[in-house]
Design a protein around this ligand. Sequence first.
Ligand SMILES: [Mn+2]
Length: 302
Amino acid sequence: MRDTVKEYDFMASGSDYQGASIILVGAPLDATVSFRPGTRFGPRAIREMSYCLEEYSPDLGHDLGEVSFYDAGDLVFPLGYLDACLATIETAAEKVLGDGKLPVFLGGEHLITLPLVKAAARYHPDLAVIQLDAHADLRDEYLGARLSHATVMRRVVEVVGPENVIQLGIRSAVREEVQYAGDNTLLFFHEVVSVLEDLLPSLRGRPVYVTIDIDIADPAYAPGVGTPEPGGIEARELLQAVYFLYELNVIGLDLVEVNPAYDHRGQTALLAAKVLREAILCLGYGRRGKIKIVNGRNRNRG
Ligand SMILES: [Mn+2]
């Protein structure tokens, strides 16, 4: 992929774009963050902390080296020009999807999901979007802006339709957002894994885009985020949610909002790296239908 930079790869990355079926792209957007900036350094922190982990997942019984994925590096943005940044992301996603590959983008702030869903919806008209997040992100505008990390899911709703947006683990919203969600999206407060279990039959076979805001995890597990929100799920439940991806037809994924400036022990980036490892394995093997979850939930398929 052209116009990207990186210091090093996510662990076990292949060395070429052409031969890979999953493409990792950093989108270090840090433009509309309201409380505390720093997510532009998220992708590199996640890459760095990946080397703390094994390439083998005992829960999934597979090794990252068995999946053909390639870390294409970080997109280079004309920072300060939001529309141009978003266009850069959309163009990159178009390229990956157009080449028949599966995009996995690393934020950066949550607004990156909008251009990613736009590109994905063009290839998959029947797209459903699953959001794992502490925040509803359903405001129509925030501080007068329609494009913001706080409005991103409202804009996503406009792309795919509210009935196709599933919001899990939510524990922060204003009254307007709760009302809007009640009339429109499928929003679930707090619950994640139990809801995924219930929704699985209706989602099976449908193209699904997944956006994971790392702040879905409790600040005890993910303190290094732009807007921490107490009362979240444990790291283990987040990983269990990721194991559902294997059973879904995931056509794209992003992992956003890691903010190294507030992540003094690197634990948020480390959790993100582990989520990413498991997600890449689920996506890689889900497509080939071979994975066997050994410890997680003992889902033994094909
Ligand atoms: Mn959030």
